[in-house]
Design a protein around this ligand. Structure first.
Ligand code: TIU
Length: 220
């Protein structure tokens, strides 16, 4: 399949490409949740839900693999370094009781994926303690087992977990296409510049396109 992308066409095969959906979790996306408590405008992230739901439906219909990730920690926070726990001065911190359970703790309601994008049986969920999907996870093993060499990357947030994951993947030899309408940042300027950084310098660590062109290619 060939996708019209920046900085040029992105080519991928059905049998070696996975869709990666990063951290579409209630704690980041729901009004009243952790993300909003940090002073963020969650509508900047919520605009990705509808196009992502359409993309996931097309990806499922094509029978290709989907990997969802969730950022979060064990209930005793033993996998959360103090440098992460103490960062900034938020009104709520990781592990504190929030509107949707303890914030970013595995097993809590807020840690799980929003209703619209819930994984179905057979889809892989990678739980990660960091921003990147490769650090301290079995992501690479999962991809190798599936014979995956290309990733179509979506989710939140563009400049944090999406960027970190794409940079980690690029360094490991994966070709990454990031879909602009399916990734979101709380900050519009970071969204724009975050995407520009990926495709600059001849695609220094990836390609950027929109989901309708991927959906059209899947349906060819
Ligand atoms: N998933 C992800 O990006 N985690 C973050 O903490 N992002 C922020 O932008 N805060």
């Amino acid at each position: 399949m060939i996708i019209d992308a920046a900085p040029g066409p992105f080519t991928f095969d059905r049998d070696s490409t996975a869709l990666v959906v990063i951290d579409m979790q209630r704690d980041f996306l729901l009004p009243g949740g952790f993300g909003e408590s940090l002073g963020n405008d969650v509508s900047q992230l919520r605009r990705t839900i509808e196009p992502l739901a359409a993309l996931i439906a097309a990806w499922r219909a094509a029978g290709l693999p989907i990997i969802h990730t969730r950022e979060g920690h064990k209930s005793d926070l033993s996998d959360c370094p103090p440098a992460k726990l103490n960062r900034g001065k938020p009104s709520m911190r990781i592990g504190d009781p929030g509107a949707f359970g303890r914030i970013l703790i595995r097993g809590e309601y807020g840690h799980d994926i929003v209703d619209e994008l819930q994984p179905i049986d057979g889809e892989i969920v990678v739980d990660k303690p960091g921003k990147g999907a490769f650090y301290a996870t079995d992501m690479q093993e999962v991809l190798e087992k599936l014979g995956i060499t290309s990733l179509v990357v979506t989710g939140v947030t563009t400049e944090v977990c999406v960027h970190t994951t794409v940079r980690e993947a690029n360094d490991r030899g994966y070709e990454c296409l990031v879909l602009a309408d399916c990734v979101g940042s709380y900050f519009p300027e970071f969204q724009r510049v975050g995407l520009a950084m990926i495709a600059a310098q001849g695609g220094i660590f990836g390609w950027v396109a929109d989901s309708p062109s991927v959906i059209a290619a899947l349906q060819e």
